[in-house]
Design a protein around this ligand. Structure first.
Ligand SMILES: [Ca+2]
Length: 610
């Protein structure tokens, strides 16, 4: 490992390893029992990213700075053995997370491999036999890469900025379609009131979205429903009349496409609305209804008073759908296809995706991608989303883990710099590498408090959260109005009407500046990411693409930090001395900084105080 003398090194901190620590602490100090490893030759740890390319992950909870190498060969060619070191998520090798990519001249097949772990000049081997001091005689295996084994995610969404609209609250473009009980635009939202927002309103604001440099718009549900949120669908084949018509949707999508903006609709397929004709038919006809087996009903007829049917969150207005029914599967598939065919939409956000029969999502993906292979499928989940991201269900997931970590870190929660760094590394390590630049990263949604409120209206911290959103791998998604600095507790307060103020707040100017930085930097959109230790308490990471690098530094304390930056310290390879530009910078308390440069030229091109 290359020495990095310019930065004080933080001692390796085991306390960030939570449960795993407890194991480590109880073991002796000087044996290989101190090493905890995660790797198996299963899809979670080894998977194809092209027919001739595999990605491989390895976690090692041990002393910092261990060197991990993979030794691999083709089963029939054991005279041609290759050895490759694994990369680490931390520039100085301080992360427990390692990875590498192996490329072959033919499709990957019949691979055998084991690992060598070197800690303080002592080498161990890791194979299906576990950790051994002697070279193993059993090996991990990778069998074969078929075409459909390879992750395939639409490239258009890679690293692009999205905008999430709650339709009733964004813009009222047509007062004629408002519901009778509509309240005035400046009223406070309740769970039941309506404000008149609609598709025409979004059409009127397409120029605004284009000016904001948005690449994708994600709409809350728009199909017929009695509620303002429309998560209790009555008719999936028609747009709610208070939101507009199919022609309005077509106009919206056409106008968006003309501005290079994609449109994603919200598919609420886990459950249906109580007032749908389908559920009403079951209430009326009981077991003789053709839809009887679309629901989980305990008894021979629906009891609406004592609710003898399964529903979402035990909420009787949203009966849960039962995907073992083949006619239900065909029905929902036909909806998924219909809106792509008739309105040319670009993707589906799939509501509570982690509660739906996974075999249905596999089928849904196959059928949808047959119609248009670049349709984006985004699954809603609040937990670790790996189950949805094996390549056969969702393209990406709503990354609430990102928000939770950021709010805890910047909002004075339990994550300090070190533990935040670990949480973020774990998050990225967990998710398959082809998904990284598509992660639906968010700071707020219709189901959370707004970031402004979550961070106690502390403008400096909100700006730091925006810096993280706009510089992290993934798709930064702005919840409508967050760019204006709107406030709001969780639902329904976070669903206030859009503030169409003409005066530009400092948050708006800042958000626009960060979007611009994002959109003009390929390394932010699709570069690799690596953590660094800089200064005493700075959170720092580098995004890198080819020879371009970008350093992002967040100072979470109120103490200014003076830093001595040398290009040679940011690079794993040795740079010629003439290429080692350096500079001293000061990252002010609760502020952020971004430095941009080139390795080939050895230059620091630009420093921005954020
Ligand atoms: Ca309206």
């Amino acid at each position: 490992m290359k020495p990095h003398n310019h930065y004080p090194k933080d001692p390796f901190n085991h306390t960030v390893y939570k449960e795993k620590d407890k194991i480590l602490l109880h073991l002796s100090n000087d044996s290989m029992n101190n090493i905890l490893i995660q790797h198996s030759d299963t899809r979670e740890y080894i998977y194809p990213i092209a027919r001739n390319q595999i990605f491989l992950k390895f976690a090692l909870y041990s002393s910092p700075g261990a060197i991990v190498k993979i030794t691999y060969w083709k089963r029939f060619e054991d005279e041609r053995i290759s050895v490759q070191p694994l990369a680490n998520f931390h520039l100085e090798g301080l992360s427990p997370y390692y990875y590498t990519q192996l490329t072959f001249s033919e499709s990957t097949r019949y691979l055998l491999y084991f690992f060598t772990v070197t800690i303080a000049d002592h080498s161990y081997y890791y194979s299906p036999l576990g950790l051994t001091e002697k070279k193993p005689d059993q090996y991990f295996q990778y069998q074969y890469t078929n075409e459909n084994d390879v992750y395939q995610i639409p490239s258009w969404s890679q690293g692009k900025v999205g905008y999430h609209i709650f339709v009733d609250r964004f813009m009222n473009g047509d007062p004629n379609n408002d519901v009778a009980e509509k309240v005035s635009w400046d009223s406070l939202p309740s769970r039941t009131n309506f404000f008149g927002g609609d598709l025409k309103g979004i059409i009127q604001k397409l120029d605004y979205l284009q000016d904001l440099q948005i690449a994708t718009v994600i709409l809350s549900p728009i199909f017929v429903s009695p509620s303002n949120h429309k998560y209790d669908t009555i008719d999936y084949f028609h747009i709610d009349p208070s939101f507009g018509t199919i022609e309005d949707l077509r106009t919206l999508v056409r106008g968006a496409h003309q501005r290079n903006i994609k449109v994603i609709l919200d598919g609420v397929f886990n459950h249906i609305g109580y007032y749908s004709l389908i559920f009403q038919d079951v209430i009326t006809h009981g077991e003789s209804s053709q839809y009887w087996d679309w629901f989980y009903i305990h008894g021979s007829k629906v009891d609406t008073e004592f609710v003898n049917y399964e529903c979402v969150g035990d909420y009787k207005w949203m009966p849960k759908l039962r995907y073992s029914s083949s006619s239900l599967r065909e029905y929902i598939l036909s909806i998924g296809k219909y809106w792509i065919e008739v309105a040319d939409i670009d993707g589906w956000r799939l509501d509570v995706a982690d509660e739906v029969d996974f075999t249905f999502w596999q089928r849904f993906r196959q059928e949808i991608k047959k119609i248009r292979s670049d349709t984006l499928l985004v699954g809603e989940t609040w937990k670790d989303g790996r189950d949805l991201l094996r390549g056969d269900e969702m393209d990406t997931i709503m990354n609430y883990r990102f928000r939770t970590n950021v709010v805890s870190f910047l909002g004075g929660g339990s994550l300090d710099v070190k533990s935040f760094q670990h949480q973020m590394e774990e998050m990225i390590f967990n998710y398959p590498s082809p998904v990284h630049h598509h992660l639906y990263n968010l700071l707020s949604s219709h189901d959370t408090s707004r970031i402004m409120t979550a961070l106690n209206n502390n403008i400096k911290r909100v700006k730091q959260a925006i810096v993280l959103l706009m510089t992290y791998p993934g798709m930064p998604i702005i919840f409508y109005g967050d760019e204006m600095g709107m406030e709001g507790e969780t639902d329904p307060d976070c669903r206030k009407t859009m503030c169409w103020s003409t005066a530009r707040s400092s948050i708006e100017a800042f958000t626009r500046r960060m979007i611009d930085i994002r959109n003009t930097s390929l390394s932010l959109q699709k570069g690799s990411m690596m953590h660094l230790n800089i200064g005493k308490s700075i959170y720092c990471f580098m995004r890198k693409l080819d020879d371009e690098w970008m350093l992002i530094m967040i100072n979470p304390t109120d103490i200014d930090e003076q830093l001595d930056i040398h290009v040679s310290d940011l690079c794993l390879e040795t740079l010629p001395q003439s290429h080692d530009a350096s500079m001293v910078v000061s990252v002010r308390g609760h502020e952020s900084m971004l430095i941009h440069g080139s390795f080939v030229k050895g230059t620091i091109n630009e420093v921005r105080f954020l």
